[in-house]
Write a protein of this length. Structure first.
Length: 258
């Protein structure tokens, strides 16, 4: 595994390397055998064997390592959106200061950018590792609050409504995904978003640029083919100029109009 030691791991070789890694470097290994589920817990140094349902409950409630550091929040600190209940971080996002509660583990696994931000070398990491009060607030004033919440909810997988977002919102979410380098984690959601019935050129353009930022090649090809079929020079350059990344918009507009 990614960590330098196997502290707390069983000497049994089958528990040392997982067959499936849902969360790389995670601190639990689930072992399913003959109707039983076992949890290898390298933090508590013990192996639990129970019925699958009871073990899953134990695993779920014991998983977040920051629970012992949480405290009661004042009314002003209550989050607008909760992605991870009891999380040790509240993102304060955008001009509207939308407050989104997540956990450091969740952000680190989802994004190499957040992984770097929460490292001790950065201010955010110092606040997280050296502070005495939790959850820690991290301000992201340049981002879209709603799009950030929707991106994290999509990744967490607890809100099925996130798979039904409109093209405009998918485009905004994709900007967040690209900025924080999370596109590999959005492969499944991107496939669902791109498998839709197109109505007009504007929606196709938004989904095409979203597919670009999501690094979804099949979706990009499908949307660009629709744009070419419905090509209107006046619309193309209007949409290009309205694109979040103006350079990308103008480049695509020039390609389609040539």
């Amino acid at each position: 595994m990614g960590r330098s030691s196997n502290k707390g791991m069983s000497s049994d070789s089958e528990t040392k390397v997982p067959d499936e890694a849902v969360i790389p470097n995670g601190d639990r290994i689930l072992i399913v055998r003959k109707g039983q589920l076992r949890i290898q817990n390298n933090r508590a140094h013990k192996l639990l064997t129970r019925s699958p349902s009871s073990v899953l409950v134990i695993a779920f409630f014991s998983f977040p390592s920051q629970l012992h550091r949480t405290r009661t929040m004042s009314r002003e600190q209550i989050p607008d959106e909760t992605v991870v209940a009891g999380g040790d971080i509240i993102l304060v996002v955008g001009n509207e200061n939308r407050r989104i509660q997540v956990s450091s583990e969740f952000l680190i696994q989802a994004s190499p950018v957040f992984d770097a931000m929460l490292n001790l070398k950065f201010l955010e990491g110092n606040k997280l590792h050296e502070g005495n009060e939790f959850p820690v607030e991290i301000k992201l004033p340049e981002d879209d609050g709603l799009a950030t919440a929707q991106a994290l909810k999509t990744l967490h997988g607890s809100d099925p409504e996130m798979l039904l977002l409109a093209p405009d919102q998918i485009q905004k979410v994709s900007i967040i995904v690209d900025k924080y380098d999370m596109s590999p984690c959005f492969a499944m959601a991107s496939t669902v978003w791109m498998d839709c019935e197109l109505i007009n050129l504007e929606d196709a353009w938004k989904l095409m640029t979203a597919a670009y930022w999501l690094d979804h090649l099949v979706g990009f090809r499908r949307m660009s083919e629709y744009v070419i079929r419905k090509l209107n020079h006046a619309q193309i350059f209007r949409l290009a100029n309205e694109t979040f990344d103006a350079t990308l918009g103008l480049k695509l507009g020039s390609e389609f109009s040539s």
